[in-house]
Write a protein that binds this ligand. Structure first.
Ligand code: ATP
Ligand code: MG
Length: 428
C-alpha cells in the first residue's frame, strides 16, 4: 500500500544468529488507523502506543507504527509517544543494541545505527544510549538485561552492567518480571542470569526468600545453599516447571534447620518449601497448572524407597505421584545429585537402579487410579446392594491398594469378591 515495512526486534536478531524466529514484529510508517484499513482482520492490541495485530491463516503479526518515546514518569511505560517517519528514531527507543536493528523489507537492507550486528558477533549486551537513563526510565529493562545474557549467553558491556540499580525496579509489575524470569530460566545460560540478578540485588527485591542472607541461615553442606540451587538449575532439563522446581527445591531449609544430637537436620523442609514456593509463584501470577506442578515436585522431592524395594512399593509410589510426575521427580533427583557432586557415590547407584526399575514398571499396563479398575462404583452398588455414598469410594480405594499389591487381582469377579470380604470385616 505504499508504506514502509521493517522487520524489527527479536526476529532480526534471530536471523542474524541463524535461529528460527518465533514471532515476527513489524514496524511501519503507516498510522494505526491506516494499518487497520489495509488488513481485513486486525486487533487493536496496543493502539495507543501504535501497535495493531494482524491475523489470518492461524498466524498473527504485530505491526507497530514508528514512534519515539517522549516522557517516562512511572519508571515503566512512556506517558507520551510520538509517531515518526524515522526508523532511526524508533530504533533509538529500544533497549539493547542487538534489539535495535531493523531489516527494511522493501530495499532488503539491514538498518543498524547502534552497532547491534557487531555486538551480536562479539556476543556483547549493551544498552542503546546512556544505560543509567535507559534503566531508570523503565526498570523492566534490567530484568531483560539478565534475561538476554542467559538466553543468548552474552557478556555484559561494562557501563551497562555498572548502571544496574535495583531501586529502579520497584515500580515494575511482578507479572512482567515473571515473564522475563520465565524466559531466563529456560535459557542455555540460565545460571549466568540468576547469578547476575543475585549479585545486583534485583533477585532479593522480587524473591526476598532467595536473598543471600536469607539463604545463608540455611546452609547445610560444604557449598552455600544458593550455589547448590544454581547448580541444580544448571543440571536439570530446560523445562520451565523443572527449572523452577530446581531453583526452589530446598527453599524450606532455612526455616526448618535444627541441630540435634546427631547433627544438623531439616525435617519437613520439602513440605515447608512447597508452601513457600506456592507463595512466590503466585506473586508472579503464573498459571495454576504450572504452580501446582512445581509445588508437587518440591513437596515430593525427598521421596525414597527403603532398600530392597518391591515392584508393589514402586507401584504405590507411582500411584501417589502420577505417571508423569514420577519422571520429573527422577529428573529433579538426578540434578540434585549432580549438583552435590555425588555421581560417584551410592546415591548415584541408587538413582540408576531406581530409574531402571521405575521405567520397567511404567512399561507394564498397570492400574494406578481408582477409575482404571476393572470395576466401577455402579458395579459395586449393584453387586453389593449398596446405596450411593462415601462408602463406595472407600471400597474402591481399598481395591486399588489390593491391585497395586498384586495387579493380577484386577478382574471384575475377583474385585467383587474382595469387596464383599472387605465389607464384612469393615462392618464387624
Ligand atoms: P523474544 O525473542 O523474547 O520475543 P524480543 O527481543 O523480540 O525477544 P520482545 O519483548 O518481543 O523481545 O520485544 C520486541 C522488541 O521491542 C525488542 O527487541 C526491543 O527492541 C523492544 N523492546 C521490548 N521491550 C522493551 C523495553 N522494555 N524497552 C525498550 N525496548 C523494548
Ligand atoms: Mg519478540
Amino acid at each position: 500500500s505504499g508504506f514502509q515495512a521493517y522487520l524489527v526486534g527479536g526476529a532480526v536478531r534471530d536471523l542474524l544468529t541463524g535461529k528460527t524466529p518465533h514471532d515476527w514484529d513489524l514496524a511501519t510508517n503507516a498510522l494505526p488507523d491506516q494499518v487497520e484499513a489495509i488488513f481485513p482482520l486486525t486487533v487493536p492490541t496496543g493502539k495507543k502506543y501504535g501497535t495493531v495485530t494482524i491475523t489470518g491463516n492461524g498466524h498473527s503479526i504485530e505491526i507497530t507504527t514508528l514512534r519515539e518515546d517522549l516522557a517516562y514518569s512511572d519508571g515503566r511505560r512512556p506517558d507520551l509517544v510520538r509517531f515518526t517517519k524515522e526508523i532511526t528514531a524508533d530504533l533509538a527507543r529500544r533497549d539493547f543494541t542487538i534489539n535495535a536493528m531493523a531489516y527494511d523489507l522493501g530495499t532488503q537492507t539491514l538498518i543498524d545505527p547502534f552497532g547491534g550486528k557487531h555486538d551480536l558477533r562479539r556476543r556483547v549486551l549493551k544498552a542503546v544510549g546512556d544505560p543509567k537513563i535507559r534503566f531508570k526510565e523503565d526498570g523492566l529493562r534490567m530484568f531483560r538485561f539478565y534475561r538476554f545474557l542467559a538466553t543468548l549467553d552474552l557478556r555484559p558491556e561494562q557501563a551497562t552492567i555498572k548502571a544496574i540499580n535495583p531501586q529502579w525496579a520497584v515500580p515494575v509489575s511482578k507479572e512482567r518480571v515473571g515473564a522475563e524470569l520465565h524466559k531466563m530460566l529456560v535459557g542455555t545460560a540460565a545460571v549466568k542470569g540468576l547469578e547476575g540478578l543475585q549479585d545486583s540485588g534485583l533477585l532479593e527485591l522480587v524473591i526476598p526468600e532467595l536473598g543471600r542472607e536469607e539463604l545463608e541461615s540455611g546452609d547445610s553442606r560444604k557449598k552455600p545453599l544458593w550455589q547448590h540451587l544454581c547448580a541444580t538449575v544448571a543440571a536439570i532439563r530446560p523445562q520451565l516447571h523443572l527449572r523452577w522446581a530446581a531453583l526452589l527445591h530446598d527453599i524450606g531449609k532455612p526455616l526448618t534447620k535444627k541441630t540435634g544430637p546427631d547433627g544438623l537436620h531439616f525435617y519437613g523442609h520439602a513440605e515447608t518449601g512447597a508452601k513457600i514456593s506456592r507463595l512466590i509463584l503466585e506473586r508472579f501470577h503464573y498459571p495454576n497448572s504450572l504452580i501446582n506442578q512445581v509445588v508437587k515436585l518440591i513437596s515430593l522431592h525427598m521421596f525414597t524407597l527403603g532398600f530392597p524395594y518391591s515392584d508393589a512399593a514402586i507401584r504405590r509410589l507411582i500411584a501417589k505421584t502420577g505417571t508423569t510426575v514420577i519422571g520429573d521427580l527422577l529428573e529433579l533427583r538426578r540434578a540434585d545429585i549432580v549438583a552435590t557432586g555425588q555421581i560417584t557415590s551410592a546415591t548415584w547407584e541408587y538413582w540408576q537402579d531406581l530409574t531402571q526399575r521405575i521405567n520397567a514398571v511404567l512399561d507394564e499396563a498397570n492400574v494406578y487410579q481408582v477409575n482404571q479398575l476393572a470395576l466401577n462404583g455402579y458395579d459395586l452398588m449393584n453387586g453389593l446392594q449398596l446405596p450411593p455414598g462415601p462408602k463406595i469410594g472407600k471400597i474402591l480405594r481399598f481395591l486399588l491398594e489390593q491391585v497395586l499389591e498384586d495387579p493380577g487381582l484386577n478382574r471384575k469377579d475377583i474385585l467383587l469378591r474382595l469387596a464383599r470380604k472387605y465389607q464384612k470385616t469393615d462392618e464387624s
